[in-house]
Design a protein around this ligand. Structure first.
Ligand SMILES: *[C@@H]1O[C@H](CO)[C@@H](O)[C@H](O)[C@H]1NC(C)=O
Ligand SMILES: *[C@@H]1O[C@H](CO)[C@@H](O)[C@H](O)[C@H]1NC(C)=O
Ligand SMILES: *[C@@H]1O[C@H](CO)[C@@H](O)[C@H](O)[C@H]1NC(C)=O
Ligand SMILES: *[C@@H]1O[C@H](CO)[C@@H](O)[C@H](O)[C@H]1NC(C)=O
Length: 404
């Protein structure tokens, strides 16, 4: 399973091959003076920065499998220390009574994870840019990251539009940028009918055309975290080579229902192919696998809720139905492009999140005095909450193998 985290191309990240020098006396003098210079620069800079070792996880440490174990250290931040929590995920503010869900840490089989270190993370991304691409869970992860970093630096909002879905946040002290691109299907998608067969809209999905809103910007980023999943359940029409080839729950005569399995696989394939075809792109791409929801006692719009107050143990539940299907599709499509030597890594958080039915906002994503009918949210994750793990893993993968 280890290979899921490491693309087939296992080159160390920086570290060009050592040049063999000829060994004449002039080169020796040059080398010695260079060494003295480097030493001086290092001594001069010493008070400005901690030295960071490479993060090395022990052999046999599979981040994707393990158990949640009690963590007396508790959360990294609260609703009082982080100001960028979106209301709907601000479970502390909206009175979630049990705070035990904050006192767990992910313990992979065979190793212990180092804690997220905000100063170290910012050191790793100094002068770089990171983009999230996906749906509201991508935004959930971005807000988690900003909260995790907030004890060291708060970003400036440099977004060019008011649209929450296309934000650009800048950390001046570290010259670090976080951007988000809303693209729930990853491919080109147009709303064909805002009502549609189930009043959730009918979408036209161009399954073989990547969504240019993110794809055209990709080359500007050093790190990209891409994910999908939740939107493919919506009724949609499928286009390939600009022709209608089928649909999912469109209820139109003569249009074959190819099901939502088809559209998810094809769109995901198109997105990964677009990334690997991008010429000269040197960024690192993390493909974040599906995040299971936990409705019990009904579907999301039929009274379903998530009321558990403890994580599952791994022997108490397993991935099934649509989540399992999408997860498998993601692994298969990921492995197909990883084989071609692309610098893509899987951020496989699915099993860890499957075990956290207790980590969703449920009804604590809004004030109980709000009169609007709100569904119980068993899809997104409370902040702070188990989703902070995604960024803890991101931190490890960024720091791994790099001597700082
Ligand atoms: C944080 O949550 C507490 C309840 O746990 C609430 O009293 C407080 O007002 C919240 N703070 C902010 C800034 O929302
Ligand atoms: C649409 O609504 C029908 C009836 O409520 C339901 O059976 C079906 O699963 C829904 N389909 C989708 C794609 O939401
Ligand atoms: C479906 O196909 C039949 C036979 O080819 C045709 O008569 C009918 O108009 C078509 N319906 C639609 C909605 O295209
Ligand atoms: C799961 O494993 C734990 C610890 O090994 C054990 O105590 C528990 O009985 C198991 N539960 C089930 C449902 O098998």
């Amino acid at each position: 399973m280890k290979s899921q985290y490491y693309s087939s191309n296992k080159t160390p990240l920086r570290r060009p091959p050592q040049q063999q020098s000829g060994g004449t006396s002039t080169t020796k003098v040059v080398v010695i003076s260079a060494a003295i210079l480097i030493l001086l620069v290092k001594i001069f800079l010493l008070p400005y920065g901690r030295q960071y070792p490479a993060i090395r996880l022990p052999e046999g440490c599979d981040l994707s499998k393990g158990e949640w174990v009690p963590d007396p250290e508790g959360p990294y931040y609260t609703n009082n220390t982080c100001f960028t929590i979106q209301e709907h995920q601000n479970c502390l503010k909206y009175g979630r009574p049990d705070l035990d869900f904050l006192k767990w840490r992910w313990k992979p089989d065979g190793c212990d994870l180092p804690r997220f270190d905000p100063a170290w993370f910012l050191h790793l991304v100094r002068g770089k840019s990171l983009a999230f691409v996906g749906d509201s869970l991508a935004r959930n992860q971005m807000q988690s990251l900003m909260c995790l970093l907030s004890s060291v630096e708060r970003p400036k909002d440099l977004s060019t539009s008011k649209d929450e879905n296309f934000k650009r946040m800048y950390y001046p002290a570290h010259r670090f940028t976080i951007s988000i691109f809303w693209s729930p299907f990853l491919v080109k998608a147009l709303l064909a009918d805002s009502d549609g067969p189930n009043h959730t809209g009918l979408w036209s999905l161009y399954l073989d055309e990547v969504d240019d809103k993110w794809a055209s910007q990709l080359h500007k980023f050093d790190f990209v975290i891409i994910s999908d999943g939740n939107w493919f359940t919506r009724p949609s029409l499928f286009y390939e080579k600009k022709k209608l080839v089928g649909c999912h729950y469109c209820l139109i005569d003569n249009v074959t229902d190819l099901t939502l399995h088809y559209s998810h696989r094809m769109a995901f394939r198109t997105a990964l192919a677009a990334i690997s075809a991008l010429e000269g792109f040197r960024g690192k791409v993390f493909v974040r696998s599906i995040s299971p929801s936990h409705f019990e006692g009904g579907e999301w719009n039929k009274g379903g809720n998530c009321k558990r107050r403890r994580p599952y143990r791994s022997n108490e539940t397993k991935l099934e139905a649509l989540d399992l299907e999408y997860y498998k599709q993601q692994l298969e499509e990921f492995q197909a492009v990883a084989k071609e030597g692309t610098r893509m890594r899987l951020l496989d958080t699915t099993q860890a999140m499957l075990l956290r039915p207790d980590g969703h906002p449920s009804r604590y994503g809004h004030s109980i005095h709000e009169s609007v009918a709100m569904y119980n949210d068993c899809v997104h994750w409370c902040l702070p909450g188990p989703i902070d793990l995604w960024n803890q893993l991101l931190f490890l993968l960024l720091g791994e193998g790099d001597e700082q």
